[in-house]
Design a protein around this ligand. Structure first.
Ligand code: ADP
Ligand code: MG
Ligand code: MG
Ligand code: MG
Length: 399
């Protein structure tokens, strides 16, 4: 049994040689720690020609961006590797390949995606990837359908709910998504100029009841094995490829949480574009984001229904019309969770580059206000929105 120790660059090279599955392992000579995330160490491993070949990712026993004062379970490396393996078994084309992992060392070796770019960075620059929204919808449908009760054997499903029990990472989401932004909390990270505006979230009873309902569903609805953190910074793209990474928040939760997180990050970009690009490009980019939102949903819902018609194993769930009725509820969850993602990324601790990269302070505040107000609108409207066109209309109405 291997004992946990924090890897150095040398350890990472040695580990990649051993477990990278390369035909020329001895050519690996160098490692660079490139983690820009909040939680973990990520080493890029280079060969003697200076080519990056493979990735070694290790969990630390605490939250990296906060330090040792915020301890966090090492089991998240197992949860990440196993979630990505399950997702990869159903949607290999859109899931990063895990080559090896070790529970005790909290480490995994994975395919190097250096020929891809993180989608968020590209969205901030105004670059457009015409396949990405459809591919993201496909990833969501394949992974969520095949891990749901539509497809899984009820015994296997219950065993997997236990295998993917993730209390500590779920608690982070429970706090950061559903608690912090709606109270005075030291972790909140909005600028002081927005104090009055943010305060209106705290004493809005209708909003807080709606957020309570969303948190309750996050806590209790074991519908499918979620990625758990599928924002645009967890997605690598090229012009014809899309790959999800970073699934350490994986657990059995409500399907609309993953879909809503994905849409929420597209909508943060929608709100931020006027601060990031010149007027004409920003206007085009915003139209494109609304099209992306529609395409993600349509690709997801279309594939989910096709899979339900073809592959549902549960007798009752296979009854004609049930798949459509279920997706109607998923749409409403999606819109609600999308609203909470907009608010937690603007009021809460997990601020995003789309907003941070806006240089002009009054403009940044304007975009933040827009994102927060859109988030609130979506949380309140969620139970009343009938289809994706009605959602797009609500977003336009909000400005
Ligand atoms: P964290 O869990 O700490 O957020 P991530 O898995 O998001 O870590 O990885 C952090 C960064 O490391 C990513 O934003 C990306 O730049 C880089 N990275 C992660 N996985 C890969 C990969 N498979 N190929 C290339 N770069 C990667
Ligand atoms: Mg990450
Ligand atoms: Mg807590
Ligand atoms: Mg992560």
């Amino acid at each position: 049994m291997s004992q946990y120790r924090t890897f150095t660059a040398t350890d990472a090279v040695e580990y990649a040689r051993q477990f990278g599955g390369l035909s020329d392992p001895a050519s690996l000579v160098d490692a660079q720690e490139i983690g820009d995330g909040n939680l973990n160490l990520v080493f890029k491993i280079f060969d003697n020609a200076g080519q990056s070949r493979i990735i070694v990712k290790q969990a630390l026993p605490y939250v990296r961006c906060v330090g040792e004062s915020w301890p966090l379970t090492l089991d998240r490396a197992r949860l990440e590797a196993e979630t990505l393996q399950v997702h990869g078994s159903f949607c290999p084309q859109h899931t990063v390949k895990i080559l090896h992992y070790d529970t005790d060392l909290a480490v995994m070796v994975m395919e190097d995606l250096s020929d891809h770019a993180i989608w968020r960075g590209e969205l901030v620059k105004g670059s457009y990837f015409s396949q990405a929204s459809r591919q993201l919808g496909e990833y969501l449908a394949q992974t969520l359908f095949h891990t749901s009760d539509f497809f899984q054997h009820p015994h296997a499903k219950k065993a997997d709910v236990i295998r993917f029990t993730n209390p500590e990472l779920c608690e982070m989401t429970e706090d950061l998504f559903f608690n912090d932004p709606y109270q005075v909390h030291e972790r909140n990270a909005y600028p002081p100029e927005l104090e009055e505006f943010v305060a209106t979230l705290r004493d809005d009873a209708e909003l807080k009841i709606a957020v309570a309902g969303l948190k309750h569903r996050f806590l209790s609805q074991a519908e499918a094995l979620l990625h758990g953190d599928i924002h645009s910074g967890s997605i690598f793209v090229t012009q014809d490829s899309l790959k999800a990474i970073d699934a350490e928040f994986g657990f059995y939760g409500p399907i609309g949480f993953d879909v809503g997180t994905a849409l929420g990050n597209l909508l943060i970009n929608y709100c931020a574009l006027p601060g990031l690009l010149a007027a004409r490009e920003a206007a085009d980019g915003r139209e494109q984001r609304l099209t992306d939102v529609r395409e993600v949903w349509q690709a997801f819902a279309g594939r989910f229904l096709a899979l339900a018609a073809e592959k549902t194993r549960d007798q009752a769930l296979a009854y004609p019309g049930y798949g459509e009725a279920f997706l109607q509820k998923v749409l409403q969850d999606t819109i609600g969770f999308c609203g909470t993602e907009l608010i937690r990324r603007t009021v809460g601790i997990s601020q995003v580059a789309d907003i941070k990269k806006i240089d002009h302070q009054p403009m940044r505040e304007e975009c933040l206000r827009h994102a927060i107000s859109l988030g609130k609108t979506l949380i309140l409207a969620a139970p009343h929105v009938q289809d994706i066109d009605a959602l797009i209309a609500r977003i336009r109405q909000n400005g």
